[in-house]
Ligand binder design. Structure first.
Ligand code: ZN
Length: 321
């Protein structure tokens, strides 16, 4: 095969026209060339997107923990991009949304550095102080560095206090202007309060992490699922089907979560759902990266190819890339 045919810059059209030209001069039947062209196209299709991963450095003076956090919260002791790639690339995942952890306070520098070092691979969800004075400027600066969302710790109490917070108000407004999502690590009890914010800010994208953690502490209840699905009436609300290691039976192959995924598919449609692993937690034994992506890729009967593309790539691409 000529070297050009293996080049990654070859697109489908050049492949087909070259294939047609060369086919005329060789004995290879047209169908074989078509097959080769299709295989080449598949190889060049963008890979899957993991919408939620944390990376962090080993603890050093360069990255001190925020006060209130001791070294015991940092488990594993580090999780660098190269380690992440060793898990996700064999599964065909080539873009990842990085989520800043709270134990470095408002210091997002390690994550921002990872985004800069790997152009086109990462998008970021940062943790910032919504009470700060120059919130708008901070959000613009973050946007320039590849930040497409902010992490908010949506406990029932926090969400209650946010209803009257000028900082949260400004954050939602600026998020809508800049195309940055409000990403909620929420408890089921916080969903009603989140809905009030969604009603006031219909232009702001809101992403609910990990099924709003329904099924983390107790089995999912019908009431909790109904409450989460009610958020679907707000067109800019998205849900991550993620963190399988932490929900339900908490055991691979996680098929006990399928009814919950089906409920969300019915309520939101796949175009508002996105798969995510929640590494590094998803790669602690007995959990594996492959087991997480396989639940969506292989184990949902009758999932259309379009739904699969949405869950594993397109929804996250629209919101975060
Ligand atoms: Zn997480």
């Amino acid at each position: 095969m000529p070297p050009a045919l293996t080049s990654s810059v070859w697109n489908r059209r050049s492949w087909l026209s070259a294939a047609a030209g060369v086919a005329g001069t060789t004995a290879l039947p047209t169908s074989a060339w078509r097959q080769l062209a299709a295989a080449n196209e598949a190889k060049q299709a963008p890979g899957w997107i993991d919408a939620h991963v944390h990376v962090w450095p080993a603890l050093t003076n360069a990255f001190p923990l925020a006060k209130d956090f001791g070294p015991e919260v940092v488990q594993p002791s580090s999780f660098a991009p190269d380690e992440l790639f060793s898990h996700c690339r064999p599964c065909g995942v080539d873009r990842i949304v990085l989520i800043q952890m709270n134990f470095f306070g408002f210091d997002n520098s390690y994550m921002l550095d990872a985004i800069a070092r790997h152009p086109g691979v990462f998008s970021g969800v940062a943790v910032i102080d919504h009470e700060q004075r120059d919130l708008n400027q901070t959000m613009k600066r973050m946007h320039e560095k590849g930040v497409r969302g902010y992490r908010l710790y949506a406990t029932a109490d926090n969400v209650k206090s946010w209803q009257a917070s000028k900082g949260i108000e400004a954050m939602f407004r600026t998020g809508a202007e800049l195309g940055q999502a409000m990403c909620m690590l929420s408890d089921p009890e916080a969903i009603d309060g989140i809905e009030q914010l969604c009603s006031r800010h219909p232009q702001t994208a809101v992403v609910i992490d990990h099924f709003s953690r329904i099924g983390m502490r107790t089995s999912p209840t019908e009431e909790q699922l109904k409450t989460l699905c009610r958020l679907a009436r707000h067109p800019k609300v998205y849900v991550k089907t993620s963190a399988f290691y932490a929900l339900g039976k908490k055991l691979p192959p996680y098929t006990d979560l399928i009814p919950m995924i089906r409920r969300l598919l019915d309520a939101f449609g796949s175009e508002r759902l996105m798969w995510a692993s929640d590494c590094p937690y998803q790669v602690e034994a007995p959990h594996t990266y492959e087991a997480s992506i396989a639940l969506i890729r292989d184990r949902l009967d009758n999932l259309s190819d379009e739904d699969r593309q949405n869950l594993l790539r397109k929804t996250a691409e629209r919101v975060f890339f």
